[in-house]
Design a protein around this ligand. Structure first.
Ligand SMILES: *Cc1c(COP(=O)(O)O)cnc(C)c1O
Length: 330
């Protein structure tokens, strides 16, 4: 996965800059804060707090840009999203602002707190099957029979460009950034960020993806050299579940060409990172949002240089389960 080539991949820096102008004022420009509990004399660590988005996760960026970019005819038809929860919430939120109909298809693996938040935003929630791939069948049916416009959670140029706006903010806030740790599922987040921090950057930035050991579809696909299916399993990082699509058009190639390393973390490492973020940084983060910190604390992330940013991607965790988890690790 060489990172030297500038502007590889289907979503360019120009596209990400357009996304930024389009969503300014609709999404939060999140702060990048120093994390002293993770820093040392040799390495400064900063947290990019995407947990502060109105929907509790970065996915609002891509969803807002994708929905704004629809034609008037498409807007009239309404949209359908498949989601592990946070994309659905972003789409539901953006659809409500724009006055569009939104249907969100999810599997039974999506936690109840995430389903309820989506319904509260006025979207129609459809629970279907035991995996993200099965929920996708229901979404495909809604496209064919109800004329809804599909909004992929990751393999969609506007979604990737929207998530990439995080990379533009990182470059501005920390021009001498050496590395960035990014949670990975379908790869929209890391593809956009990698394009933004690598193209037109005067210095090389290492972009490192982190995902859970259980059901890591992007990791298995990169190892196989093509998109492959992996069984979906329950994980603390529930937002990282699901496949990358056997017909993947954008994120597989962008991750292959732009991402320097992909790291896997265990359930226990994710739990330890959630507890660390809570007790040391006073921050509530869901499992998927804590995998970057898990890679740091476990020592699995290497060659980070002296300034590292960690994307803390979401906070939509069930609070009863969360308080039990952190209390057990006090
Ligand atoms: C969706 C999600 C990710 C992964 O994003 P991809 O673009 O699918 O790789 C990471 N963290 C959280 C909290 C998410 O909701």
């Amino acid at each position: 996965m060489p990172g030297e080539t500038q502007q590889r991949g289907s979503v360019t820096l120009d596209h990400i800059e357009s996304a930024r102008a389009a969503i300014a004022g609709q999404v939060c420009r999140t702060p990048l804060v120093p994390a002293f509990s993770l820093s040392s004399d040799r390495r400064q660590v900063f947290l990019k707090l995407e947990i502060l988005q109105a929907t509790g996760a970065f996915k609002l960026r891509g969803a807002t840009y994708a929905l704004q970019s629809l034609s008037p005819a498409e807007k009239a038809r309404g949209v359908v999203a498949i989601s592990t929860g946070n994309h659905g919430r972003g789409v539901a939120y953006a659809a409500r602002l724009l006055g569009l109909r939104a249907v969100v298809c999810m599997s039974r693996l999506v936690p109840q707190n995430k389903r309820a938040a989506i319904a509260d935003l006025g979207a129609e929630v459809r629970i279907f099957g035991e995996s993200q791939d099965e929920a996708e069948e229901e979404a495909a049916r809604a496209v064919a029979e109800e004329g809804l416009v599909p909004i992929s959670p990751f393999d969609h140029p506007q979604v990737i460009a929207g998530q990439g706006t995080i990379g533009l903010e990182l470059r501005e806030d920390l021009p001498d950034l050496d590395s960035v740790l990014v949670p990975v599922s379908g790869g929209g987040l890391i593809a956009g960020i990698a394009q933004a921090v690598k193209s037109a950057s005067p210095r090389p930035v290492r972009v490192i993806g982190v995902t859970m050991e259980r059901g890591a579809a992007m990791h298995a696909s990169q190892a196989a050299g093509q998109p492959v299916l992996v069984p979906e399993e329950e994980s603390l990082a529930d937002a990282l579940g699901g496949g990358i699509g056997l017909e993947n058009r954008h994120t597989f190639a962008m991750v292959r060409d732009l991402v320097d390393d992909l790291i896997l973390v265990s359930e226990e490492e994710i739990a330890a990172a959630m507890a660390h973020l809570y007790w040391q940084e006073r921050t509530v983060v869901e499992g998927s949002g804590a995998v970057g910190v898990a890679a740091l604390l476990s020592g699995k992330a290497r060659d980070l240089g002296s300034k590292t940013a960690v994307v803390v991607s979401g906070r939509n965790v069930d609070m009863t389960a969360f308080t039990e988890l952190v209390a057990a690790r006090a």
